[in-house]
Design a protein around this ligand. Structure first.
Ligand SMILES: Cc1ncc(COP(=O)(O)O)c(C=O)c1O
Length: 402
């Protein structure tokens, strides 16, 4: 493994102070130089057990042999990019596999989660205008939701501190309480095009939405000819123990957005569309130069095959119960943990002190974890973490929380 070296402007300066990268992130005092399986290697020579997965991206951990082969094979073709003016085998096959495993008839590829959601908003408006005219364009999102940081996805994101400095946000997007009565009042069939929801809210504190609520939301949206978009950018592709999180609620959306783990660490997003919506989309309605190119699609094909494997999914579901047991015991053993929530390999832990302090102590103890709000820790282990890895990480966590 080669060691990266950052330009040192001042020996006393922290990594973020001496970086030329714009300071939009408060970086941890850790420079990563390599990784294997579920561990990362720091420039300090220490190994770190990773329960963050690059914020839900590295589902197959580090150094996966299939990803390395897919990268080498894609490089051998000599064509990393073609534009979307021409078809490629990898993109076509990946889209077909996503369609075969879901409710969708068509897929739009892009490069990130926010871009997938912005694409879904456009497709919803295009469809709604076709069936209901130009007044039918409003998008409704839910309290506690996170959908990205671009102007429309930010308008759908319920985080006042992320929104306030950038007003005015995109118009025609509002936030409802997670309450069917409130939604019933807001969802006017003449003006609302779509509702967007994460079946498991991630950044907003790890909240598994009640299947009964999602079923009620489906009923309301279907009755009023409003598109239901599920944002599975964080909770999709195996993280909850089923390929798609929506499978556990018995609710089928009209569109689904994916990103994070889709291409194993390369940037890729996708919008899955029902036939009713797909048939209203015309050439020129939306575009992306890079989306779904042959290089990322080749890697994503391997990742998708692995993540849709029933044995892997069963393992995530079973081990999710193990995590639940361990975290429930932790919550019972210390008043410093207020509540635990989650499913599969996505867990939130409410603590009595600022989460940032616990995240920093975990790093010192060799465990990478995340926060999800000021007082909530978030665990997103790679989906290949086995029971020993999970037990080891949870033991470190217990030591730094309690
Ligand atoms: C549910 C959800 N939607 C959208 C996004 C935005 O994705 P990206 O950062 O790739 O734009 C995220 C990112 O954390 C997310 O968790």
């Amino acid at each position: 493994m080669t060691t990266l070296s950052l330009p040192v402007l001042d020996e006393q300066a922290t990594i973020s102070q001496r970086s030329a990268i714009l300071g939009t992130y408060k970086r941890a005092p850790l420079e990563i130089v390599g990784g294997r399986d579920v561990e990362l290697l720091g420039a300090d020579g220490r190994s770190y057990l990773d329960f963050a997965s690059g914020i839900g991206v590295n589902a197959l951990g580090y150094g996966d042999a299939g990803i390395r082969e897919a990268i080498a094979a894609a490089a051998d073709t000599g064509v990393l990019h073609t534009s979307n003016l021409y078809a490629t085998g990898a993109g076509e096959t990946l889209a077909q596999r996503l369609v075969d495993r879901s409710f969708a008839s068509s897929v739009f590829f892009c490069n990130s989660g926010a871009e997938a959601n912005e694409g879904a908003f456009k497709f919803a408006r295009r469809w709604a205008r076709t069936i209901g005219g130009s007044r039918k364009h409003e998008i409704v999102a839910l309290r506690g939701g996170f959908h990205g940081r671009l102007f429309a996805s930010l308008a759908a994101t319920d985080r006042p501190s992320y929104r306030a400095p950038f007003r005015p946000l995109a118009p025609g997007i509002s936030i409802s309480e997670r309450d069917l009565d409130d939604l019933a009042r807001m969802l006017d069939s003449d003006t609302v095009a779509a509702v967007i929801a994460e079946p498991v809210q991630g950044e907003g504190g790890v909240r598994v939405l009640d299947p009964a609520f999602l079923q009620g939301l489906r009923r309301l949206t279907s009755e009023r000819e409003i598109a239901l978009i599920f944002d599975e950018v964080q909770c999709g592709l195996g993280r909850t123990g089923t390929l798609f999180a929506y499978e556990q609620s018995g609710v089928v959306p009209d569109m689904l957005t994916l990103a994070k783990p889709l291409a194993g660490g390369l940037p890729m997003g996708a919008v899955l569309l029902s036939p009713e919506i797909a048939k209203t989309i015309q050439p020129g309605d939306h575009a992306t130069t890079f989306g779904g190119g042959p290089f990322v699609a080749s890697v994503a094909l391997h990742v998708f095959d692995r993540l849709s494997d029933e044995a892997l999914l069963e393992n995530v579901a079973d081990n999710g119960l193990f995590i639940e047991g361990m975290l429930t015991e932790l919550a019972a053993s210390t008043p410093r943990v207020r509540a635990v929530r989650g499913v599969g390999y996505i867990w939130g832990i409410d603590v009595v002190e600022p989460a940032a302090g616990v995240v920093a102590r975990a790093l010192d103890a060799g465990l990478l974890i995340l926060s999800a709000g000021d007082y909530t820790l978030r665990l997103l282990p790679p989906l290949v973490a086995d029971r020993d890895d999970l037990a080891r990480g949870l033991a470190i966590l217990e030591g730094v929380v309690a």
